[in-house]
Design a protein around this ligand. Sequence first.
Ligand SMILES: [Zn+2]
Length: 243
Amino acid sequence: MPSGGMEFGRARAPDTVASGCVVAHDPVTVTARAPSLGESVAELRDSARLFYDRGWAFGTSGNYSVVIDRAPLRLLITASGRDKRRLSAGDFLVVDDAGLPVERKDSKPSAETMLHVALARRPGVGCVLHTHSVWNTVLSERHAGDGSLRIADYEMLKGLAGIQTHDTAVEIPIFENTQDIPALAERLVRELNPEPSPPHAFLIVGHGLYTWGCDLNEARRHVEILEFLFEVVGRRSASVGRD
Ligand SMILES: [Zn+2]
């Protein structure tokens, strides 16, 4: 149980492991232990500190969640308005598939909780991370008119799940910013197309990055890889004076 005056419900044991990830919805074999809620809190807190230190989520910006159960869907998610530099167990809560708190009524989930829920319903998504960096904000505006940001031919692309070679390109969809989160969540369901290859992330104009992974480690790696690539693309285009 995490410290900080709150007690979470017990996470269900994992059912199987795929691609290095604990997957809690495929009842085949148990070959690894899912992180406990306390461990998930600690890992999210460490990730939040890393993102703060790198300038990817200053102040109370950003929000983070992990799937702790599938049936019914339960997410451990950061509470609204908390300083991401020093999160404690009391800065997280568990929400259901409607984005509502399961146990704690004294704490509000992040305003963008339904985006996390919409993403967590997708196959293979076990963690969702959202950052507000300078470079993801700059590129979201610069490429808003294109509807997506294309990143090609970088070695670091191999850090994204399923990519084996630098000789490839990813398209990161860009959505308009809005305070109508349920409407944006519906757009994600309609427009984040798994074909020809599952997306790794999307950007919101003038706002930030959402990325995910089968577990927290993969999602955090995606943040690191994408924020690196955003900075490279941004600095490169600035240095050659294009766009
Ligand atoms: Zn945000």
